[in-house]
Design a protein around this ligand. Structure first.
Ligand code: DGJ
Length: 744
């Protein structure tokens, strides 16, 4: 059991291999946060709470009454005036009760009052992992997980909050979620219902977040905390290209191999807020959950609301170990698809090759060439349905455009299968174009009040996925296509932000629920597809990486990382992505040059090396390649298949930081038994009379001897890790190297 309750001290301790998390029931029943950090055993960490009488930091009523009695008995008041919600570390902060920092919970009761005070009522500790109804969450069995549930209650209103904690000891993972229940007889409006609060007693932390834009997602940003609130978040209805729902707080000196680092990953795909407040006495509070902007959730008596899961991890030894915790835990306990463990096919996608301009003959020609080169699946992208010849038409009409298929879609799939290749298809279920049969029939199925024109984006509108009939239509219409042939892969795209969020099915006082209900509807729909088609490999996409989050990963084992396929930009995008997400979740393809997004020309070898730090595939017209290029593709595909195990399941190491090194980028994969490694290097900037290009390997066994392909080298792991490797001299930008490192 990784969870302990000390009855005398009233302290809960959660242990993982390298970390300890502790909270305690304080005086008057408040649940206080005591510690999260490197492992300590058998200690009560409540001594860390600093007690002081601070001006303008009020005290709960019971504390005041004690003070009054003590005062009458002649005790100095400042011995007791210290108990304040304004300064004490909380497990779940509430608005209105003297804690003026970022709150998790803000409520409006039927009488308009807004104060909530949560006090301990009961708790439960059990083996196994809690589940969250209708929401994605990490999973596993009784041998791996332990759960703690703490029930808190507002003594005045009866409002109840159950805090959920899951402990996955082996991977240093602690999950958190919260369930709020209205135990009163009147409706209650939740105006803020975040998932967790995490306190830190110091100011001395750096905040790492991942910002970006369409075509340039997840760029790492690091800065010291400043006094006040700082946040990242999304109010776009999706987790967004712009900020990722994964953040890190770390010691200022922390780097890949050194220092305490806290990761926080939100298992949710809609609006989110990650807010950090450095307060007046240099304490740090981080809260994470659904963004309160535009959110309001009505709870009728006995109704409950579940705030989605946050996955915490602590590494006492730097960022690499933190990332590896997430990689291993998400591969084994979040992604709920057999494809998380099984080998996935090398695919070719026709999007960048043809856009909407294709027919069955064009696709077959690509498939034939691809088959000869060892590629295993053809994916037919956007443009196969309705009157979809442009991006302004057809979305919603999930029936085949017969004009593009001389003998129908089934015949094309059969022909591709006869070649010995699998077949995959693209869909964008959540959207509709006004020029579609669906919209003409059901204009009211879109989000948005009918008396507004609303915002258009890529010429499309958003279907109201909170509505059962909309989901049923999508399930049946897309299901009919999936049933019409041997379709083994689905790319599920989503190409705009949500605006005009209003649902025809909700009453006015419940309109603040529409955004979250959309996400719940999406999850329900994906779950239905997953249940009915467990063998289909699903890839999530939102204009590339606009919904790259742990919520989507639960349903779909891979996510198209970015619409930017330029190898050099991708190095930075994939670098940022690797901090919180496993490599085999990263959709990455080789495309043509000049690159369609940047115009940059890079060698095919470099494009291959970069795409191999992901699911690997091609996105180009292979029929237009020269024989030499085809030969190169054939070798890349064969190499990737040889490398598969170590890339997809090995440990991933970032060997260079793009902010520090402008000359090369290097990364590596090391097998769990440390017998095999792959090191990839791309030269970013060739120079005349250049200094030697050196870098150091990681993750090897120091006393083991390794051979390094291409360098004619046999040296110890210690030599490769401390002395490093020197790149052979080669001229040209974007030259790449792949070193196969084998224990002898
Ligand atoms: C955006 C995706 O990210 C692309 O890969 C492609 O599928 C287009 N949508 C198709 O419309």
């Amino acid at each position: 059991m990784a969870i302990y309750y000390d009855e005398d001290a009233k302290v809960f301790t959660l242990q993982t291999r390298h970390s300890t998390y502790q909270s305690g029931i304080g005086k008057y029943g408040y649940l206080l946060h005591l510690y999260y950090g490197a492992k300590v055993e058998g200690e009560d960490m409540s001594y860390l709470i600093y007690k002081d009488d601070r001006g303008f930091s009020g005290n709960p009523y019971e504390a005041y009454m004690e003070e009054e009695q003590a005062f009458l008995a002649g005790v100095k008041p400042d011995a007791i005036r210290s108990y304040s919600m304004d300064t004490y570390p909380q497990e779940y902060s509430t608005f209105g009760s003297g804690d003026f920092r970022s709150s998790c919970l803000a409520v409006r009761f039927a009488d308009g009052s807004q104060t909530t005070e949560l006090r301990y009522r009961s708790h439960r500790i059990y083996r196994g992992k809690y589940a969250l109804p209708g929401l994605p969450a990490m999973w596993g069995d009784e041998t791996e997980w332990d759960t703690l549930e703490i029930t808190l209650q507002d003594p005045y209103s009866g409002l109840e909050t159950v805090l959920l904690y899951g402990v996955l000891e082996a991977y240093d993972i602690i999950t958190r979620a919260a369930c709020i229940v209205n135990r009163s007889t009147e409706p209650v409006d939740l105006e803020r219902a975040l998932s967790m609060c995490l306190e830190h007693p110091d100011a001395n932390l750096d905040f790492i977040s991942f910002y970006g834009r369409h075509n340039m997602e997840r760029q790492l940003h690091r800065c010291p905390l400043r006094h006040g609130k700082q946040s990242v978040g999304s109010v776009r209805g999706t987790s967004s290209h712009h900020y990722n729902p994964f953040i890190i707080l770390c010691e200022p000196g922390a780097n890949e191999d050194y220092g305490g680092c806290y990761g926080m990953s939100f298992v949710y795909s809609g609006n989110f807020l990650a807010e950090i407040e450095l307060d007046q006495i240099n304490q740090t509070r981080c809260v994470m959950g659904i963004h309160p902007e535009g959110f309001c959730w009505r709870l009728d008596p006995e109704e409950s609301f579940t705030a989605p899961e946050v996955v915490l991890s602590y590494s006492p030894a730097g960022l690499t170990a933190l990332s590896q915790n997430y990689h291993q835990a998400y591969r084994s306990h979040l992604i709920a698809s057999r494809w998380s463990r099984e080998r996935r096919p090398v695919l070719i996608n026709n999007w960048e090759a043809t856009k909407f301009d294709f027919n069955d003959q064009k696709l077959l020609a690509i498939a034939r060439e691809a088959k000869d080169l060892g590629i295993e699946m053809l994916v037919m992208d956007d443009g196969w349905f309705g009157n979809r010849d442009y991006d302004r038409r057809g979305l919603g009409d999930w029936f085949v455009n017969e004009k593009k298929f001389s003998n129908g879609l089934t015949a094309l799939i059969d022909s591709v299968n006869e070649l010995g290749m699998k077949f995959g298809i693209w869909v964008e279920p959540e959207m509709v174009n006004e020029d579609s049969e669906l919209f003409r029939k059901h204009p009211d199925w879109c989000l948005g009040a009918p008396w507004r024109k609303g915002v258009y984006s890529r010429g499309q509108r958003v279907l109201d996925l909170s509505r059962t009939e909309v989901r049923d239509y999508l399930f049946d219409a897309i299901g009919a296509v999936l049933d019409s042939g041997n379709i083994e892969y689905v790319k599920w795209d989503m190409n705009r932000s949500l605006t005009d969020v209003w649902s025809a099915k909700l009453t006015p006082e419940r309109q603040g629920e529409a955004g979250h209900r959309y996400v719940l509807g999406l999850y329900e729909l994906m779950e239905r597809f997953k249940q009915k088609y467990p063998d289909i490999l699903f890839e999530s996409c939102s204009g590339g990486g606009g919904r790259f989050d742990a919520g989507m990963l639960y349903y779909m084992p891979q996510i198209w990382c970015s619409d930017n396929t330029d190898a050099i930009d991708r190095i930075r995008i994939q670098y940022g992505t690797s901090f919180g997400y496993p490599i085999n979740a990263v959709g990455a393809h080789v495309s043509v040059v000049p690159n369609q997004q940047t115009g940059r020309v890079t060698p095919l070898a470099a494009r291959g090396a970069v795409a191999m730090a992901g699911t690997f595939g091609y996105e180009l017209d292979i029929t237009q390649m020269t024989d030499a290029e085809k030969q190169c593709v054939k070798e890349q595909v064969a190499d990737f298949k040889r490398y598969y195990e170590v890339i997809q399941y090995g440990r991933y190491y970032r060997l260079t930081d793009p902010e520090e090194r402008k000359d090369i980028a290097a990364w590596s994969f090391v097998s769990e038994d440390q017998a095999r490694a792959l090191i990839f290097v791309v030269v970013l900037h060739a120079q005349a009379n250049a200094p030697a290009l050196r870098f150091k390997a990681k993750g090897l066994q120091p006393d083991r001897i390794y051979s390094v392909s291409g360098l004619n080298l046999q040296v110890s792991g210690a030599a490769l890790m401390h002395g490093g490797l020197v790149l052979p001299k080669k001229k040209g930008d974007y030259i790449s190297f792949t070193f196969e490192v084998e224990a002898t």
